[in-house]
Design a protein around this ligand. Structure first.
Ligand code: NAP
Length: 283
């Protein structure tokens, strides 16, 4: 029986009661979502009560996930989602931060702590690792051998306007260059190329701009949101979705809710999941 600290309280749907933290999102069994030959897109965020997913760190360029809300319990669930995927989406910004030593590996199922997730993929008959798609307009990053070794295939998905020199450089480093739009990636084209390559379950680990594209383009099926019970304030930050006002606003319906009272040194957090396109039907 897991220790009390390793458990969360299921709030919705009923019946309410304690559940082990480990296995919570594996139990969502995303690979059994209704299939129509069209990919199922999910994304994941950890946010503060005031909606921050990234803040600027003193003296550092750009933004990072706030250390005050990043935590191992949320990271366990992130790994459970990533481990289920056929394809993981990230951004050119991530590839640059990884090269600078400012980002951690997305998929960590090779670590002893997540050995059960590697075994789970094997038991499902899946490839040892999912593929990775790096979305970028400028392709201003390099594909390091470490990043390439962490995934199956690595796709660099971009628009027609991407510099030819950068396309050639990344192709020489082993990336598959995929064009899915004109000035950057367009949602409809992205879905077509992903479906055309036979990917069923797509997990986006990217941030606010990519989430906006997935929602505005009607692609997002499931949003996982860890709501950390902390307020951060600050003036230079990102929130979940950034881009033009969504009109009409995107409605999401609650799929599940768990309270993690032991998280964040007892401040706690909510593990929330929302359906954006119930049933995952093809647009
Ligand atoms: N708290 C959380 O759970 C959470 C989750 C994810 C990310 N974050 C944080 O949010 C911040 C931003 O992350 P992110 O850069 O992954 O998020 P993002 O805002 O979704 O992506 C931005 C980058 O992705 C590329 N991109 C976005 N839309 C594109 C399009 N339509 N076509 C082509 N390329 C496109 C561009 O790369 P190029 O510049 O290479 O063209 C752009 O710079 C980071 O600090 C990250 O740590 C937090």
């Amino acid at each position: 029986m897991p220790q009390r600290e390793e458990r969360v309280i299921a709030l919705y749907p009923g019946p309410a009661g304690e559940r082990p933290l480990a296995g919570l999102y594996l139990g969502h069994d995303l690979r059994r979502r209704p299939r129509s030959g069209w990919p199922f897109f999910c994304s994941n965020f950890v946010a503060s009560l005031d909606g921050r997913i990234a803040v600027s760190a003193p003296g550092e360029p750009g933004q990072d996930v706030p250390p005050a809300i990043a935590n191992d319990r949320d990271w366990r669930l992130f790994q459970e989602l990533a481990a289920q995927a056929d394809l993981i989406l990230t951004s050119g910004r991530y590839a640059r931060q990884l090269a600078d030593g400012r980002a951690q590996a997305i998929l960590q199922i090779e670590r002893p702590a997540f050995a059960d997730l590697a075994a789970w993929r094997t038991a499902q008959g899946l490839a040892r690792r999912p593929d990775l798609a790096i979305l970028s307009r400028g392709l201003e990053f390099d594909l390091s051998p470490e990043l390439a070794a962490s995934f199956g295939a690595v796709l660099a998905i971009t628009g027609q306007s991407a510099p030819a020199g950068r396309r050639a450089a990344l192709a020489a480093q082993g990336a598959q260059i995929v064009l899915a739009g004109e000035d950057g990636v367009e949602a409809g084209r992205l879905a077509e190329v992903i479906a055309g390559r036979g990917y069923g379950l797509v997990f986006s680990a990217a941030g606010a701009e990519v989430l906006h594209m997935l929602v505005a383009g009607g692609l997002l099926n499931r949003l996982y949101l860890t709501l950390a019970h902390r307020l951060l304030a600050g003036t230079d930050y990102s929130t979940l979705a950034e881009g033009p006002l969504l009109e009409p606003a995107a409605s999401l319906t609650l799929y599940s809710a768990y309270l993690d009272p032991a998280g964040l040194d007892g401040a706690g957090q909510l593990f929330l999941a929302y359906d954006a396109r119930p049933g995952g039907a093809e647009p």
